[in-house]
Design a protein. Structure first.
Length: 329
């Protein structure tokens, strides 16, 4: 058996090979079928128009060989890259902010210690690529600079695109457009969205909301990493990539769909908790096991389980939650 997965991550000691094999042999059939459909859709072109068909295809998963291209197109990163030729390299050649470089250097060694491609001994060593992407981004978006969490996201982008400049533009799409204000110094968007999730849980899984309130567990304690790392190191790689497929096309509401599905599916399990540490432990547990490993059925669930979830609803909740946070200031 392979100790290392196709993305370079070492499998943990307690990895359940038997159930993974069983899942993957079924999933391979799906992947093969999807790959044929995608090849027909793309017909060797480098463009796709947004449509209901494309949305449906994306929800069913983008084959790995087309993933980088499709992410680039649907996120708008491709257009931005084409309209700004040479911009990325100019950022790397320009004046540098020493404090920013220091912060990035510190975090580079802590990024994916369990991934063989990010080891100093690897050739090519992706630490250099990651450093460049983060340095360029910090100088491109000075309001954000560099925040912890961005290293993991950029690292994943590099693993998928295998391209420095594309990773930079995808990072820009995520931080600049798709995720509202998660990584600014005040992280207001992140705090807001955690509160929004709390409100959605009140509406859709009231018993869990009530449990959290009764034990005084703030949402930020159990879900902040879900939002900051976009489920990296929380859910299995293959599942994270399927979530990102939809995130690049449909935007940030996908994060709420995933979070609500995890909570709703495990409602009975979470409600067994009788105290504060117990609740926190349950939230760690619900991101493991076959339910999240079987990414294909998991993705079907996120579009049915939480019920309807419109962008209008989320924006309304964001407004009220942001007001509340600002007034607590």
């Amino acid at each position: 058996f392979f100790r290392v997965d196709p993305y370079g991550f070492e499998r943990p000691e307690d990895f359940d090979y038997a159930s993974y094999e069983a899942f993957f042999s079924r999933y391979l059939v799906v992947l093969t079928r999807r790959a044929i459909k995608w090849s027909k859709l793309l017909k060797g072109k480098n463009s796709i128009q947004k449509s209901l068909k494309v949305k449906r295809y994306i929800r069913k998963g983008i084959p790995n060989e087309h993933r980088a291209l499709v992410w680039m197109i649907v996120s708008g990163a491709q257009t931005n890259m084409e309209q700004n030729p040479g911009y990325y390299h100019r950022l790397l050649e320009g004046e540098k902010n020493a404090k920013l470089l220091e912060a990035i250097k510190t975090d580079i060694n802590r990024t994916f210690p369990d991934n063989v491609k990010f080891r100093k001994t690897a050739d090519p060593c992706l630490q250099h690529t990651l450093y460049n992407v983060l340095v360029a981004y910090g100088h491109h978006n000075k309001a954000v600079g560099y925040c912890q969490g961005m290293n993991f996201i950029a690292g994943y982008l590099i693993l998928i695109t295998k391209n420095e400049e594309e990773s930079f533009w995808l990072l820009d799409a995520l931080i600049g457009r798709i995720l509202p204000d998660y990584y600014s110094p005040a992280m207001l968007g992140l705090k807001t969205d955690q509160e929004v999730l709390g409100e959605l849980v009140k509406m859709k899984v009231p018993a869990v909301a009530e449990l959290m309130e009764r034990h005084g567990v703030m949402w930020t304690l159990v879900v902040s990493r879900w939002f900051i790392c976009l489920f990296i190191d929380i859910l299995p790689v293959e599942t994270v990539l399927r979530i990102w497929d939809c995130l690049f096309y449909e935007g940030s509401k996908i994060i709420f769909r995933v979070a609500l599905t995890l909570i709703k599916q495990n409602q009975a399990f979470i409600l067994e908790a009788t105290n504060f540490p117990d609740i926190c432990e349950k939230f760690k547990q619900i991101t493991k096991g076959t339910f999240v490993t079987e990414c294909h059925s998991f993705m079907q669930k996120i579009f049915t389980d939480p019920g309807s979830l419109s962008m209008a609803t989320i924006n309304k909740l964001r407004e009220t939650c942001r007001e509340k946070l600002l007034s607590q200031g």
